[in-house]
Design a protein around this ligand. Sequence first.
Ligand SMILES: [Zn+2]
Length: 99
Amino acid sequence: MKRVFSSHNLQLVHHLRNLLAAEGIRAVVRNEMLSSAMGELPPAECQAELWIVDVADAWRAEEILAPRPADGPDWTCACGERSGPQFTHCWRCGAYRPG
Ligand SMILES: [Zn+2]
């Protein structure tokens, strides 16, 4: 298990979990209930947290969760893998995006 994101915005945390799920990455939301304890606990401890189940997915999860530099066309790696514009690496072979 590895925490990859936390926020007071529970909807956002769930949205990101869905994004990961769409990529086949299992993730769970923690501290969901704590956000209702806000005011009694230090705010930083009340954030909902997104944890990935398999640490091996961490690198890919961070790519997915990273802010998109720009929208653009999909790109195709030398290995033939097609990736969305938000990816700076090929997830299959690890090569950097050309250009
Ligand atoms: Zn590749």
